[in-house]
Design a protein around this ligand. Structure first.
Ligand code: NCD
Length: 305
């Protein structure tokens, strides 16, 4: 599982139905331990909170065991061991490998080395397919559909893989219009923009949220990806350049606007938004567990229950 583009709309609908099922099972406290024979490796070469912990929670809820590391410093890569050798080891120990890495292509490389299935938990600045699945599922959960909506994507569209993957995921659906809102320096990279247009998305780029905020059904916000800037002086120039407050939302947004954010948040959404009905990012994070449960089940057991 490398890119959200490897899936079809039908695959995603099937995943979403299984996620509904897992959500129900969790609510009822009735989760079958269908993965009790599985060991899942969490190979996180780059920091993570939600992705790693929701995968781990999902695995454990279904009865699987996990083995994991959470940084390169913690494993023998720090002694000079290669990425390939590390993956070969994990392939010998586990039934499924979940990889996060700072370099794009790391998950695909791991999938070429390992016999076990590999899930990309975010590599480089383009792919984070399970986050995109979660984002799309959250919209379906909140709005009943992903089609016909006006969606704004605000923030670091240049370096943010969550935003890029979300946009690629939207190409499986028919949203009415997508606004790409970012400071000039953080515009979406042209190759992704072209891909979105080729795949039929109706997109418009702009620098300021205010003009389009009244139209939006969904606002997807991302942080500025400080760690991916080749030159920190460039980061300093754009730091703090957008911030959503409850005052802004109450004065301009539709009442049923929902705000998503892959998290972590830094300063782009002020804390006073959290207690409003606009905030959906903690719901989104919570839904990461049933979604990843459904994914693990479909990958390890196929369609059977
Ligand atoms: C994102 C990531 O790592 O790409 N976080 C996540 O997985 N929820 C977004 C980010 O770090 O900004």
């Amino acid at each position: 599982m490398i890119s959200i583009l490897d899936f079809t709309r039908d695959d995603l609908e099937k995943l979403f139905e299984e996620t509904d099922n897992m959500r129900k099972r969790l609510d009822e406290g009735n989760v079958p331990k269908i993965l009790s024979n599985s060991i899942i490796a969490l190979a996180f070469f780059e920091p993570s909170t939600r992705t790693r912990m929701s995968f781990e929670t999902a695995a454990k809820r279904l009865g699987a065991n996990t083995i994991s590391f959470t940084s390169e410093e913690a494993i023998s890569v720090s002694k000079g061991e290669s990425f390939a050798d590390t993956i070969r080891m994990l392939d010998g120990y586990s039934d499924l490998i979940i990889v996060r890495h700072k370099y794009e292509g790391a998950a695909l490389f791991a999938a070429e080395i390992a016999k076990a299935p590999v899930i990309n938990a975010g590599d480089g600045k383009q792919h984070h397919p399970t986050q995109a699945m979660l984002d799309l599922y959250t919209i379906r959960y909140l709005k009943g559909t992903v089609d016909d909506l006006v969606i704004g994507v605000l923030g670091d569209l240049k370096y943010g893989r969550a935003a890029a993957s979300f946009l690629l995921g939207l190409t499986h659906f028919r949203p009415r219009r997508i606004y790409l809102i970012s400071p000039q320096e953080l515009k979406l990279r042209p190759e992704i923009k072209e891909l979105l247009m080729e795949r039929g998305l109706n997109i418009k780029e702009l620098n300021s949220l205010v003009d389009v905020l009244p139209e939006l059904d969904i606002l997807y916000v991302t942080r500025i990806q400080k760690e991916r800037f080749p030159d920190l002086r460039e980061y300093e120039k754009v730091k703090g350049s957008y911030r959503i407050s409850s005052k802004l939302l109450f004065s301009l947004a539709k009442k049923d606007l929902k705000i998503l954010h892959p998290l972590p948040r830094v300063d782009e959404i002020s804390y006073d938004v959290d207690s409003t009905s606009f905030a959906a990012y903690f719901t989104q994070a919570r839904l990461g567990v049933p979604l990843r449960m459904a994914l693990l089940k479909l990958i390890l057991l196929g369609g059977e229950s």
